[in-house]
Write a protein that binds this ligand. Sequence first.
Ligand SMILES: Cc1cc2nc3c(=O)[nH]c(=O)nc-3n(C[C@H](O)[C@H](O)[C@H](O)COP(=O)(O)OP(=O)(O)OC[C@H]3O[C@@H](n4cnc5c(N)ncnc54)[C@H](O)[C@@H]3O)c2cc1C
Length: 411
Amino acid sequence: MSEIKKKKKIICIGAGASGLFFALNCADENNEVILIDSNSKVGRKMYISGKGRCNITNDCDVKEFIQNVIRNPKFLYSAINRFKPSDTIEFFNSHGCALKTERGKRVFPVSDKAADIIDCLFFEGKRRGVKYLFEKKIDEVYRKDDKFYVKGNAFEYEANKLVIATGGLSYPSTGSTGDGYRFAQNFGHQIVETKSALCPLKIKEKINPEMLKLTLKNVELKAESGNFKKSIFGDLEFLNNAITGPIALSMSSLINRLDEVKLSLDLKPALDENKLDERLLRDIAKNPNKDVRYLLKALLPGEFIDFFIINSGIDPDMILNSLSRDNRLKIVHELKNFKLTYLDLEDISKGIVTSGGVDVSQIDPKTMESKLIKDLYFIGEVLDVDALTGGFNLQIALSTGYACAMAIRVE
Ligand SMILES: Cc1cc2nc3c(=O)[nH]c(=O)nc-3n(C[C@H](O)[C@H](O)[C@H](O)COP(=O)(O)OP(=O)(O)OC[C@H]3O[C@@H](n4cnc5c(N)ncnc54)[C@H](O)[C@@H]3O)c2cc1C
């Protein structure tokens, strides 16, 4: 007589990208999956991702993907290989949410609506039998006699397995307030210090109001700290007390654990110092009676000129035909090495992702199961993994959720 398999009860805390994808892939006739969230809806963070368009993945191969991971790329290798960006594209395209690929291989829903990605995950989970419990904030988790218990205000549930998908610390209004770190610590896990990542960089220099709408296009942001040296090419934007935009956000993830970081900008990366000097000489020859401010107008956006003059110490009133070689070379030098005084990372609540989290050396990279506590799993941003912008972070959430689901299903 064949043995009747008892249905396992699995609770997943957190209905963000990782929890939703875990749940829909795990729920079957042998696994009852209960997905619990403190919010009244699923996927609150995904809703604001990609400026409301949700950059769900990056259409690249595994090698390129791993190159874009900042923390613990090796840990992610197995999960990303098992559920690749191409699998994500195939999943959404075949479940009624068509995707498109844009610049930088960034993948978005054709509708440009994050809500379509969330609905796709939510309704597919429903169809496969996932039970959703909303507005249930879990305050405490514990284990007794091989069972897990999750407790909130006036409720308690038990399960055979527990999946923690509570996200990081950024944008806490979306529900991710770092509870997962506390739960992990209660089970004996180490938490790697959390830091803001993909966040603005605070600088000392005063930003002029007219710069708030400016995008400095095709510039190079350079950072140095001890042996660390990195430059990133692209667009830069400004906030009241900080630099932001793609290159500043990416740089934040690279420097968030470094001290005494020196920042500078190459405002003319297409020209080396000699070529830039030749260009200046030509401009000066054409307009000998104009001043340095006039010269700069041909080189920099208008909104940036006062800021450049104040912070480079260059005299804007010098007449070009009397400009000394030293003064001309100083202009060249400042255009290529314009210093910004780095103060700090923007607060973690304003970072796009959290760097740090549950120490991955205590997690099985194939299954996402804790190496310390059997039947306990961690997926998504609660882990000490993060990547650059471009759809990589959501793919990490999906791939770790998938790895966990498959591990539970084959048991
Ligand atoms: C503004 C912004 C834009 C972004 N854009 C992109 C993008 O375009 N592409 C990309 O790849 N990444 C993007 N990201 C990053 C990406 O959204 C996250 O990395 C991803 O959502 C993490 O998924 P997660 O499931 O691990 O956590 P989350 O999505 O944060 O989900 C965690 C869930 O757990 C719930 N929860 C937490 N604690 C409890 C508790 N105690 N009880 C009950 N429920 C709880 C929360 O309510 C939440 O719903 C963006 C992030 C931000 C902030």
